[in-house]
Design a protein around this ligand. Structure first.
Ligand code: DNO
Length: 348
C-alpha cells in the first residue's frame, strides 16, 4: 500500500514541504487546475507539477481528477471530440510517469454536503449531509456551491444541463459510460495508466439527477463493461459507505481480491437514523465504518495500490479548503498506516 495525499497546487495552503514531513508519505495526488473541463492539459503544466512534486521528494503518480465533460455523460455528438482530448490527457500523463487516474461519472455535481463546517461536540468542525436540508437545496435557485463542484457554470447553463439530463434515463447514462470506457481503456492499457472511477457521493440520485456508481450490483456491472485491470476503482469508503446497504469490508475484500482497486480513499462517516451522515475522525469508534476491517481486507488481499486519507475535520483552529486541511488528514494517515503496519508485523 502506498500512502498519498491530495494537494491542490500552488494555491493550497497545505504545502508540499508540510506534506513530505508526514511519515510514510509516498506520492502526491493532484491535477492541473487551470484548464476548463474537457480540454487537453498542457505539457508545461504537467511538467511543472511533476517537477514541483519530485523536488519535494514525493512521487507524481496519481491524478485526481481528469474530469469527464458533461457532453460525454450526456452522449452528445460532441462527445467524440472530448473523448479524444481525454485520451490525449491519458497519453501525456502516462508519459510523465502517472500510474493512476481517478475520475467520476456523476452528472453535473461532484460530492455534495449540506454544511461544510458543522461544529462537532469536541469543537472541531466537519462536512455533514442532513437529509432534511438536502431536500430543501435547489442548485438552480440557491446561491451556494461546494468546493468539489465546477463553479464555472452560469445559472442558465446549469438550467440547460438539468434540461438535458431530464431527457436521459439511468440506462442512457450506463450506455454513455460504456461508450466512454470502450474508447479510453485501450488507451490506458497502451500507456500503462490505471483508470480508477470514484463512486458517487452520496451514492443515490440528488436534485433529480441520475447516479449509477452507487452499490455492489452497479460496481459489478461497471467492472464487467470492460474486463481489464485498467478499468478499475477508486474505492471511497465514505462515499459508498454512507449508505448502510453497502458493506464496505465485504466490498473492499471482494474488489481487492479481483485486483480492481487501484486507489483507496479512506475516511469514516457517522450514519444517522434517517440516512443523514456526518464525516468523523478516521478512528474506528468515531463513525459507522469498520476502518480496521477495511484495512485488514486490503492487507489480506495484498493490496499494492495507493491510499489517501480522505476528508478530515478542521481541528486546532485550522482554516482552509473544507475537508482538506493538513492536521486531521495527517492524523488519519497515521491511523491508517498504524493499522497496516500492525497487520504487517503480526502477519496474516
Ligand atoms: C472529494 C473527492 C471527489 C473526487 C472526485 C473524483 O473530496 O473525493 O471530489 O475527487 O469525485 O473524480
Amino acid at each position: 500500500m502506498k500512502l498519498s495525499f491530495r494537494w491542490y497546487g500552488d494555491s493550497d495552503p497545505v504545502t508540499l514541504d508540510k506534506i513530505r514531513q508526514i511519515p510514510g508519505m509516498y506520492s502526491i495526488v493532484t491535477a492541473v487546475y487551470d484548464v476548463p473541463v474537457g480540454e487537453v492539459w498542457s505539457d508545461e503544466s504537467i511538467k511543472k507539477l511533476k517537477e514541483q512534486t519530485e523536488n519535494s521528494g514525493l512521487k507524481f503518480e496519481v491524478i485526481e481528477s481528469v474530469p469527464v465533460h458533461e457532453d460525454i455523460k450526456l452522449g452528445k455528438p460532441t462527445r467524440d471530440k472530448y473523448i479524444e482530448n481525454y485520451k490525449e490527457n491519458i497519453r501525456r500523463l502516462g508519459k510523465a510517469g502517472v500510474k493512476c487516474i481517478c475520475y467520476n461519472f456523476m452528472p453535473v455535481f461532484d460530492w455534495t454536503r449540506t454544511q461544510l463546517d458543522k461544529t462537532l461536540s469536541d469543537g472541531s468542525n466537519a462536512l455533514v449531509c442532513y437529509m432534511e436540508d438536502l431536500k430543501k437545496m435547489n442548485p438552480l435557485t440557491g446561491e451556494f456551491s461546494l468546493p468539489g463542484w465546477d463553479t464555472s457554470y452560469k445559472k442558465e447553463e446549469l438550467k440547460s444541463l438539468f434540461d438535458d439530463y431530464s431527457k436521459i434515463t439511468e440506462e442512457d447514462l450506463w450506455d454513455n459510460l460504456e461508450y466512454f470506457l470502450k474508447s479510453i481503456i485501450p488507451e490506458a492499457e497502451k500507456n500503462d495508466v490505471l483508470m480508477a472511477i470514484h463512486p458517487d457521493d452520496p451514492p443515490y440520485p440528488i436534485f433529480g439527477l441520475p447516479r449509477i456508481i452507487t452499490c455492489e450490483k452497479n460496481v459489478d456491472r461497471f467492472l464487467n463493461i470492460v474486463e481489464s485491470r485498467y478499468n478499475g476503482l477508486t474505492l471511497c469508503t465514505g462515499s459508498l459507505g454512507c449508505s448502510k446497504t453497502n458493506d464496505m469490508v465485504k466490498l473492499t475484500a471482494k474488489y481487492a481480491k479481483m485486483k480492481r482497486i487501484h486507489f483507496m480513499h479512506i475516511r469514516n462517516v457517522l450514519i444517522l437514523d434517517d440516512g443523514s451522515f456526518e464525516e468523523s475522525a478516521h478512528k474506528v469508534d468515531y463513525g459507522s465504518l469498520d476502518i480496521i476491517g477495511i484495512i485488514k481486507a486490503l492487507y489480506d488481499n495484498d493490496f499494492k495500490g495507493y491510499v489517501r486519507p480522505d476528508h478530515g475535520r478542521m481541528i486546532w483552529g485550522e482554516t482552509g479548503k473544507p475537508g482538506y486541511g493538513l492536521y486531521d488528514r495527517a492524523l488519519g494517515s497515521q491511523y491508517i498506516m498504524g493499522i497496516w503496519d500492525t497487520f504487517k508485523s503480526i502477519g496474516k
